[in-house]
Design a protein around this ligand. Structure first.
Ligand code: HEM
Length: 307
């Protein structure tokens, strides 16, 4: 589909077959970012792995990140830092529960997420998830966090048609109790033993991808794609949201049904274009391996201790 958004020709890709062409076979032509005005303000985009085009500087940054932060060895070596943050989260939830105090799950989970990340990157907390006082981060970050935090753990049991969130939760809890032991936090080494938890996460990322259009790219030359010309300067969006709900591939696409993955060999790591919440190809999310540790760690640990 082609749209004119103001002056900008915008091409929206909504099928997994064409997404595969864009992200895999012709990815060179589609790997430069469309940089929104707001991001250009302090020139950070000129130094950021997320915004740089594919160039030697981007390759160097990516190599440094992959070797020093996101490799399995490095993530294994600092998993105790993330484990500690999850224990603190559980202790806080337990305290609120004992005191009969309401808990904004989205917000504490979001802030814990931030600390899992900052401990992995800098061995340091960035937020105090458990204080009622204003965050020590500035107001801008705080409001981003508040907005982003609203849809968080809640998203893992979205309210859609024809399914019973209680039933899915109970099933997940039964497996956790059996494999981990009720009430215990999950360790990263346990994740591979918990396929049902992983199904819940995949199903959530299918229905609620965090970047529903991925990161927009800009084509720098006219590009031929499936017998059409995508004109130079166009913005290209890959509609992962629609691909995840495509009824030609997904049976009952609007039903939240983690069990579908029992008989479906589809993963989120960029090989199966029907499910690409982290994108695919050379610009695939560099934090994928960390994200796939952090999400089950938090979701599983909370489910294993609370209803
Ligand atoms: C559920 C969690 C996450 C999701 C769904 C996600 C998704 C994505 C997506 C869709 C992109 C754009 C890929 C493209 O343009 O085609 C991306 C890029 C990126 N992500 Fe993530 N991400 C997640 C977590 C993380 C984490 C935890 C980190 C790092 C700590 C991270 C770091 C990055 C970076 C640096 C890029 C830019 C890569 C590049 O441009 O070469 N992400 N992510």
């Amino acid at each position: 589909m082609s749209l004119k958004l103001g002056q900008i020709t915008t091409v929206v890709i909504s099928s997994s077959t064409i997404a595969k062409k864009v992200l895999k076979y012709q990815d060179q032509a589609f790997s430069t970012r469309f940089i929104p005005n707001a991001v250009q303000a302090h020139n950070h985009y000129k130094y950021s792995v997320a915004w740089l085009p594919v160039c030697p500087q981007w390759r160097t940054l990516k190599r440094i990140l992959n070797t020093n932060i996101f490799s399995s060895n490095r993530l294994d070596a600092n998993q105790h830092l993330r484990s500690q943050k999850v224990k603190e989260l559980l202790a806080y939830c337990a305290k609120c529960s004992q005191e009969g105090k309401a808990l904004d799950v989205g917000q504490v989970v979001f802030k814990t997420n931030l600390n899992l990340l900052s401990n992995t990157l800098f061995s340091k907390d960035l937020a105090d998830p458990f204080s009622d006082s204003k965050l020590e981060l500035n107001d801008v970050t705080s409001s981003i966090m508040t907005d982003a935090g609203k849809s968080n753990l809640v998203d893992f049991f979205p309210i859609l048609e024809k399914f019973d969130p209680q039933e899915i939760m109970k099933k997940a809890q039964a497996v956790l109790a059996e494999i981990i032991g009720k009430g215990k936090p999950i360790e990263e080494t346990n994740i591979c033993k918990l396929p049902y938890l992983q199904f819940i996460i995949k199903e959530t990322l299918r229905i609620h991808p965090q970047a529903p259009f991925l990161v927009p790219c800009k084509v720098e030359q006219d590009v031929e794609l499936c017998n059409y010309i995508v004109p130079k300067g166009s913005m290209v969006l890959v509609n992962v949201w629609a691909i995840g709900r495509d009824s030609t591939f997904w049976k009952d696409p609007l039903v939240f049904k983690p069990d579908r993955f029992m008989s479906l060999e589809v993963d989120v790591r960029g090989k199966d274009f029907e499910l690409i919440p982290f994108s695919a190809g050379r610009r695939i999310c560099i934090g994928l391996s960390l994200a796939l540790r952090m999400i089950p760690l938090m979701l599983g640990s909370i489910l294993n201790s609370f209803n």
